[in-house]
Design a binder for this molecule. Structure first.
Ligand code: SF4
Ligand code: SF4
Length: 634
């Protein structure tokens, strides 16, 4: 196509002014992000980070994972966008009578164009599908009123149609068509910058800098803070200026999809907590430019924060790598350590401080449990398992049947095991409720005692203890690294090794299994409890929220000892789901979940109770078939 000199001049001016304005506005946004302090090293394990970014950006695994149809349509548009980059350059070069594709591809150009015709058609259909979902299926759309989304969808559709028209053998109004295509491309970046579509630029960067695992909190250096200048001390996210740059980046990257809010048990229970809401409030707060404002007045209220159980469902489902938990726990630290206001776990902290357990029970209660059940003391012998009871098994008499059942399972399997005379709280909930000082004190005491006892293998029924002992009680010199497993993993191994014999099962029974958040989502222990249940002849009736997408029982972040009004209780949402499943037996693999969901259906049992019953019922039993064992990677 031929262009006059005046058209070339106009095109050059438009390109320069569009690019200039874009860079100017982008600078302002980047400036707001870079004003934030650094919270941790985010450039380590470069290879891993790059591989993850490629997987999550190019293959769109996070987007497709939870919403396969919408995700696939999104992936088609995104990949089409990337493929069109070279055609976009070619389009503008054509305006100046240049081409790179012709010399580059030569006779292969028609074939390339035929391929791009297919890509354009797929992108056009995909964007129509996404627009249909947003503006017609309004019930499932995150924000059916979004005008920008409508304009972006229209622009993408017009880009594809004008491209197809432009390369056809007999194009309609070719000159006007060319300019329409060019103008849309020149306006598009500004639309991106001013809307949630900024994620097109930011998501790859946010995903690259994201932490490696869910809920990986940087310990506060309390000694250094004690000696630091008062002005420099930062005990959590108290003021807007304390918000780190990655968190600011998260605020601007959020695509407003509502996945986090839909997954949040507190939002489902109708409380004031709304993960998407506080991320968007963070964005507004940065734009307001008042660094000395309180985070609790601007980003997330103390009331909303009080309902978070740190279940991680919000962050786990976010397609663009927003790290909600860093904000939630950072704000909790400010409550507990700096402002002292809004703390919902004061009673919990006090009970731990005074009695060493969350129930405020005398330490003698745990000693009595050990002597009543005649539990062996851990001696540190080779091959011996240390059974870390955790506070709930140690102090809640209602769960004694579960303790007894696991004891029976261990004994039946001929396992050498023992418990500690004194077991400190691992500090899991103290950290998640913001009291980092209490957590670090408890972690140091736990580590000391485990090291003293030379425990090399630790088994615990509690996913919270498991996660904390495994991930957070690191030995400062790194020389003490015991093996720490969940009791479902150990029971699974015992089954596989044929050390547990079950009743031959004519009468199969069914049970709903509740995946604990810290087991399934944080530790990815999903198949072991199911395999153990299968070995006992129990068929799992899967709940709507299951495996990595499980729904919290409400016990997290000290929720299992908090008194709440019935309408504020998170467990009622999960209970309703369990009741809705029609199961009359519920199996849990976490002492806290067992407490929270105790009376959900006719019977609620601990996994160990189900195994013990089955073992008791007979010796000539079933063993897992070989293919099942292979599938579990054992
Ligand atoms: S961690 Fe769980 S409770 Fe807290 S905001 Fe996220 S989804 Fe909601
Ligand atoms: S934070 Fe993530 S999951 Fe939540 S609305 Fe934003 S993009 Fe969606």
């Amino acid at each position: 196509m031929e262009f006059q000199f005046s058209e070339k001049l106009l095109l050059a001016l438009l390109i320069l002014s569009s690019a200039g304005l874009f860079v100017w506005n982008l600078r302002a946004k980047i400036g707001l992000i870079l004003e934030g302090p650094t919270d941790r090293v985010r450039t380590d394990h470069l290879g891993k980070r790059l591989a993850r970014t490629v997987r999550e950006v190019l293959l769109q695994t996070r987007v497709i994972g939870q919403r396969p149809v919408v995700g696939a349509l999104h992936a088609a548009v995104f990949l089409g966008f990337l493929l069109f980059a070279i055609e976009t350059v070619e389009h503008f070069l054509e305006g100046f009578s240049f081409s790179i594709l012709e010399p580059l591809l030569g006779p292969a150009l028609p074939g390339f164009r035929a391929g791009m015709t297919g890509v354009a058609a797929v992108v056009a259909v995909a964007i129509l599908g996404l627009a249909f979902r947003r503006f017609v299926l309004v019930k499932t759309s995150p924000d059916p009123r979004s005008v920008t989304s409508g304009i972006v969808a229209l622009f993408i559709f017009l880009l594809m149609v004008s491209y197809l028209n432009g390369i056809s053998s007999n194009p309609v109004a070719p000159h006007a068509n060319w300019w329409l295509h060019a103008i849309i491309i020149l306006v598009f970046p500004h639309l991106i910058l001013k809307s949630k579509h900024f994620h097109i630029l930011m998501a790859p960067i946010t995903l690259f800098f994201r932490g490696e695992r869910l809920g990986d909190y940087v310990p506060l250096d309390l000694e250094a803070l004690a000696e630091a200048d008062v002005e420099e001390v930062c005990l959590g996210l108290e003021k807007v200026r304390n918000l780190p740059w990655k968190m600011r980046m998260d605020f601007f990257t959020c695509v407003e999809c509502r996945r986090c809010t839909e997954a949040c048990p507190a939002a489902q229970a109708g409380t004031a907590l709304d993960p998407r809401g506080f991320i968007l409030a963070g964005r507004q707060t940065l734009r307001a430019g008042r660094p000395d404002d309180q985070v609790s007045d601007t980003v997330i209220s103390d009331e909303a924060l009080g309902f978070c159980v740190t279940c991680g469902a919000c962050e786990n489902g976010c397609p663009v790598g927003v790290e909600h938990l860093q904000l939630l726990v950072g704000a909790k630290r400010a409550q507990a350590l700096a402002t002292g206001k809004g703390v919902v776990a004061s009673d919990y902290f006090r009970a731990i401080e005074t009695y060493g357990n969350p129930f405020g029970q005398p330490r003698a209660d745990r000693r009595k449990l050990i002597s009543d059940l005649e539990m062996p003391r851990f001696s540190g012998a080779d091959g011996e398992w240390l059974l870390w009871l955790g506070c709930v098994w140690g102090y809640n008499p209602e769960l004694r049947s579960a303790v007894r059942a696991f004891q029976e399972v261990l004994n039946t399997a001929g396992t050498r095991w023992g418990v500690l005379d004194e077991e400190p709280c691992c500090g899991h909930h103290s950290r998640r409720q913001g009291d980092e000082a209490q957590f670090q004190d408890l972690a140091r005491r736990s580590l000391e005692i485990l090291r003293q006892k030379k425990a090399k293998q630790i088994v615990t029924p509690c996913p919270h203890c498991l996660h904390t002992l495994r991930r957070e009680h690191s030995s400062p010199d790194g020389d003490y690294r015991p093996q720490i497993v969940h009791y479902s993993e150990l029971m699974h191994t015992l089954v596989v090794e044929g050390r547990l014999q079950f009743k031959p099962n004519g009468a199969q029974r069914e049970a709903a299994y509740h995946d604990p958040c810290y087991l399934a989502r944080y530790e990815a222990i999903i198949d072991a409890p199911r395999a153990v249940l299968a070995a006992t002849g129990t068929t799992v009736r899967e709940l709507p929220h299951r495996r990595g997408q499980t729904l919290c029982c409400g016990g997290g972040a000290a929720g299992f000892v908090r008194e709440l009004e019935p309408e504020q209780r998170l467990d009622r949402v999960r209970r309703a789901e369990i009741v809705g499943s029609g199961a009359d037996l519920l199996v849990t693999a976490c002492p806290e979940c067992r407490m929270m969901l105790g009376a959900a259906v006719d019977q609620t049992k601990d996994l160990a109770e189900v195994v013990a019953e089955s073992v008791r019922a007979g010796q000539a039993g079933t063993r897992l078939a070989e293919p099942e064992l292979t599938a579990l990677g054992k």
